[in-house]
Design a protein around this ligand. Sequence first.
Ligand code: ATP
Ligand code: MG
Length: 363
Amino acid sequence: MSSNSGFRVAVFPGDGIGAEITEPTLRLIERAAARAGAPLPDWSHCDAGAVHYRDHGTALPKRSIATADAADAILLAAMGLPAVRYPDGREITPQIDLRMEFGLYAGVRPVKPIPGVRRVLADPRAHDIDYVILRESTEGLFAPQAPGTRDGDREARETMVITRPICEKLFDFAFRLADARGGQRKVTSVDKANVFGAFAFWREVFEARAAAHPGIGAESVYVDAFAMTMVQKPWSIDVAVTENMFGDILSDLGAALMGGMGYAPSADIGDTHAVFQPCHGSAPDIAGKGLANPTAMILSAAMMLDWLGTRHASRETARAGALLRAAVEAAFAPGRLVTCELGGDAGTAQVFAAVGDALERQD
Ligand code: ATP
Ligand code: MG
């Protein structure tokens, strides 16, 4: 934190709808901070993304990495566009490059539907869904140290990398998270240990770390069974820890259960840095039309304020995060607001206005 101002936050507006939802989110954070008596964050805007690559030839400039490195937190909207690719055809994903650059192994993806948003699951117990998918975010099937290979039109291969040091840190993070949440105090490890040796190893390391956290429950389940649990008995989940690819897929299922991609926030956390960003991408199909649901971005900002508040023992900053979250819930009180994403008429501007008004009503 710089001496007489607030936390330094590196801001990556990125591509598509990312650019549309960033500035109004910064204004909401400032209003929440002011209400909570917290110093206003000190924003540093960073260039990166597909449009930057198209216009300048680099997707994640060194200058942006340096700014992010020096910041207290990184707030990212969305990056990449299907139409802009590297010469070898790969998509431009600076958000993944940032995870690798700063070792952000812990992808925190809360699944907690907003009470007033149309419910996807009919069971009355679905009111109580409140869990976190903790997605390993630097290796697994996405490991950069084991790039896929392709032999012409004959075959293609990918390698899944599971390493003990990352797993141990991730599992310890999961047990600490279950402890801090103070709910069911349980960690569910999601794997496919019956088929893959890499997952048998994952399970072995998980069980060893579970023994080091005796106060927290631990169980291992297969990914297929876990996908069913997410739909049939989601209230039984507390913290679920997964390999990178499984987490990618399951967290989109979690987002759908909250109402859609526009409701799902996330954080990617490492030992020294953290990136906060909505789970969705740049959604070029709706960009420029005022239709994007900014709720996931606002909730990601709230997660950032929580994290900064806890890490730096700033009660006011944590309070700003709580205010922002309460304002989102109030804005979506039953009958108030139905987003375009769910077939209603509340576009980007209406959601921001409603959350801003609700923020003024919080105390
Ligand atoms: P990525 O590869 O970055 O995950 P993706 O190809 O999975 O991106 P997204 O951009 O996440 O795609 O979105 C998929 C679709 O969901 C979009 O095309 C859009 O229609 C919808 N969508 C995503 N985010 C939002 C949002 N914030 N508000 C409304 N609709 C959204
Ligand atoms: Mg996606």
